[in-house]
Ligand binder design. Structure first.
Ligand code: TYM
Length: 355
């Protein structure tokens, strides 16, 4: 029966955290493929640090996901350290919370196999990220790319995580995670075994767009480096990229409706608002009717001030791989301790013999 004062069933997944003064357990992941950019930071990584006082957090470098498309084996380890460094540089406390890489915790892949047998082909075929990544070459992409969202569901549910902070592009994958949890619970008649996870998508920049084309998502795989601001870019590179960012010939938008019709301007205003920690409407009001040159110079100063220290700390950490590896090793041990009993319970539910 739900508790009348909170509306939360006493045995629900969230209630056990509430009893400890927390809002729930978080799991989120970032792929070690390509360079980390402003979209990853504003849409996800910055929020990881902001949520850490209210949730128990696990942050994962998803190297198994990365190899769904070709990765240079010589680059995978340094890229993995780079993402872990970004978590730490953004302010995540690696002692209090758990930072690790996915391949070190085999329970993710083991639960993913079970979810491959729960998820339906039709569900996976509807995933827009798969359709975008596969493009016209569907016959030639890896089977792993198709099964990608089942592994993502396993990342989350192997810890029975209640909340997942992500950018908007991951919303559909999280809906699928909910569908998998519900189907597993129903198929095996174990109501409430896996939680129905809530996405946490917030801030003024949940979908940061390319600096070269305001209708395309900022992405690690865009061939043009001028399409994105990388977290390790120095002040000169940031200034150059903002100077060259696409705009239109009109003065800055003066209403939200005007901005919406002008995707390049709208994107830059969203970035400004997110970096300044203000609402987008406030950023629109601040620059309404001004010239883009004036706005771009304010945006450059703000971006350098906010991103510079994060980039510098990342660079510092990347020069100390021993330290970062220690954080990941320790994180993996703690993650396994949480994942192993949940996998064991899952195997029992499925009916596997344990002689
Ligand atoms: P990935 O590595 O592509 O991106 C990492 C995070 O950055 C967010 N993001 C963006 N946010 C705003 N604007 C953008 N342009 C932008 N580009 C990326 C993503 O939404 C993401 O939060 N499938 C995931 C990784 C993953 C995962 C998980 C996430 C694997 N398992 C479990 C959460 C929970 C991905 O490809 O992220």
């Amino acid at each position: 029966m739900p508790d009348v004062t909170t509306g939360v069933a006493p045995n629900s997944h969230i209630a056990q955290y509430q009893a400890r003064g927390l809002k729930g357990r978080i799991l989120s992941g970032v792929q070690p493929s390509g360079d980390l950019h402003l979209g990853n930071y504003l849409g996800a990584i910055r929020n990881f640090a902001r949520l850490q006082n209210d949730y128990e957090c696990l942050y994962c470098v998803v190297d198994l996901h990365a190899i769904t498309v070709w990765q240079d084996p010589a680059q995978l380890a340094p890229k993995t350290r780079e993402i872990a460094s970004a978590f730490l540089a953004a302010g995540v406390d690696g002692d209090k919370h758990v930072i690790f890489n996915q391949s070190m915790v085999p329970e993710h892949a083991e639960l993913a196999w079970i979810f491959n047998c729960v998820a339906r082909m039709g569900w996976m075929s509807r995933m827009t990220q798969f359709k975008e990544k596969a493009g016209k070459d569907r016959e030639n992409v890896s089977l792993g790319l198709f099964a990608y969202p089942a592994l993502m569901a396993a990342d989350i549910l192997i810890y029975k995580a209640t909340h997942v902070p992500v950018g908007e592009d991951q919303k559909q994958h999280l809906e699928l995670t909910r569908d998998i949890a519900i189907k597993f619970n129903n198929d095996f008649a174990v109501p409430d075994f896996f939680p129905v996870t809530e996405p946490l998508i917030f801030g003024a920049a949940t979908r940061v767009m390319s600096l070269r084309d305001g209708t395309k998502k900022m992405s690690k795989s865009d061939p043009s480096d001028f399409s994105r601001i990388n977290l390790t870019d120095d002040a000169d590179a940031i200034a150059q990229k903002i100077r060259r960012a696409k705009t239109d010939p009109h003065p800055m938008p003066d209403t939200a409706a005007d901005a919406e019709k002008r995707p390049d301007a709208d994107n830059l205003l969203g970035i400004y608002a997110a970096l300044a920690d203000i609402e987008k409407d406030a950023a629109i009001a601040q620059f309404a009717g001004k010239q883009f040159s004036e706005f771009k110079s304010a945006l450059t100063d703000l971006a350098v001030a906010k991103l510079g220290p994060v980039g510098a700390e990342m660079q510092r950490l990347m020069k100390d791989p021993g330290h970062v590896d220690g954080v990941l090793r320790n994180g993996a041990e703690r993650a396994r301790a949480l994942a192993a009993p949940i996998l064991a319970e899952t195997y029992k539910i499925v009916g596997f013999l344990k002689p």
